[in-house]
Design a protein around this ligand. Structure first.
Ligand code: PMP
Length: 377
């Protein structure tokens, strides 16, 4: 049985372009730091990838530091902030890789629609004598809620703070034309847009913050920003994936219409809720709740029926835990414990959506549900 993979926010399938670039890089002899011509050829693979990520982020290639992923990049940002003694403010719906390494940080609440409360943010930014840093996710990985980054950047910078945007879920999902207004440090993850797992980047696109303390020290690679011989194969894959983000953006309308069919079915199910329903959201992501379900059992039902979805963020232990994102949005606990995330992508087919809908219907007494829905309508 072919499975229906509806978990593109956890990771996307490796794109053909990324795979081809990685296969080519695998046989590339030479350490990119070596001065001989074999080393220079390896360096060229790095340069091509860096140019491609810089083009995506509309910044200079020197602004891009390759890392092992958004988790490492986020850790680096907060290690720097802590070393500098900067007060840290993070969105309450931040990813675990922000929450866990900025434990002392003040959490800025979100409104019930999942958008950061700008008034609370402005209050938090007031009256600091030293620089401070605010961290916001560009697109929330669980709900797809898009944060108003340009407005947030204006508030933060008006108070002389720095802004970190965790953009792991941004490339290929929303346009990043106005990256110049996107704050001071942006973190990326290749496997969320067709690249391989285990590679990402820290990007310093502006001129206010020009370097972070290196979290990994040694040979001084990546302009001393991140030591260790570069993951040439992974970076080559990330570069190729970055060059193909346009293809993903061009597919968004199709993805939206596929997901729209699921939205219609969920909306016709009494008591079902869509998180951040009224907010501007990434067109590929849907976070749903129903008080009569529990995430864990639903996930198993979907899995046994060949459908891969998630309860929220992918969890390293394989355990299903309560969503802090839905919690922060103020949903009642019977809804929070039922949260499911469906995320489609470039490779999603109509048959995947049909399979999801069939399993969703099977979770309920469909006859009753639809009769009730008609009665309500
Ligand atoms: N931030 C966000 C918003 C994410 O969705 C993820 C991945 N789930 C990460 C950070 C961590 O990325 P990586 O897997 O590259 O460490």
């Amino acid at each position: 049985m072919e499975r229906a993979y509806l978990d593109h926010n956890a990771t996307t399938p490796l794109s053909t372009a990324a795979r081809d670039a990685m296969i080519a890089a695998m046989d590339q002899l030479g350490n990119p730091s070596s001065v001989h011509s074999d080393g220079r050829k390896a360096r060229q693979v790095l340069d091509v990838a860096r140019d491609s990520v810089a083009a995506l982020m509309k910044c200079k290639p020197e602004s891009v530091t390759f890392t092992s992923g958004a988790t490492e990049s986020n850790n680096t940002v907060f290690a720097h902030a802590q070393a500098m003694d900067w007060p840290i403010f993070i969105s309450a719906t931040s990813h675990a890789s922000v929450l866990d390494c900025a434990i002392e940080a003040k959490r800025i609440p979100v409104q019930p629609n999942g958008v950061v409360d700008l008034e609370q943010l402005a209050k938090a930014c007031e009256g600091h004598e030293t620089p401070f840093i605010v961290s916001i996710e560009g697109v929330n990985n669980e709900t797809g809620v898009i944060q108003p980054i340009t407005e947030i950047a204006q508030i933060v910078q008006a108070h002389d703070g720095y802004l970190h945007v965790d953009a792991a879920q941004v490339p290929g999902k929303i346009n990043i034309d106005d990256i110049s207004t996107w704050g001071d440090v942006v973190t990326l993850s290749a496997h969320k847009f067709g690249g391989p797992k285990g590679v990402g980047a820290t990007v310093l696109p502006g001129c206010r913050l020009t370097a972070l303390n290196a979290a990994i020290r040694g040979g001084g690679q990546e302009r001393r920003n991140r030591s260790g011989t570069e993951n040439l194969v992974g970076i080559a894959g990330m570069g190729a994936a970055a060059a193909n983000v346009g293809e993903r953006l061009g597919d968004i309308a199709r993805q939206e219409s596929l997901l729209g069919q699921i939205v219609a079915r969920i909306s016709a199910t009494p008591s079902a809720e869509i998180a951040g329903d009224a907010s501007v959201r990434a067109a590929n992501t849907l976070s749903i709740m129903h008080p009569s379900l529990t995430s864990e059992i639903s996930l198993i039902r979907f899995d046994l029926a060949g459908v891969s979805i998630s309860s929220g963020s992918a969890c390293s232990s394989g355990k299903v835990s309560k969503s802090h994102v839905l919690d922060a949005m103020g949903y009642a606990s019977d809804l929070v414990q039922s949260g499911l995330r469906i995320s489609v992508g470039l490779e999603t087919l109509q048959s995947d959506v049909d399979r999801f809908i069939a399993v969703w219907d099977s979770l309920f007494d469909v006859g009753t549900v639809h009769q009730e829905a008609r009665a309500v309508a």
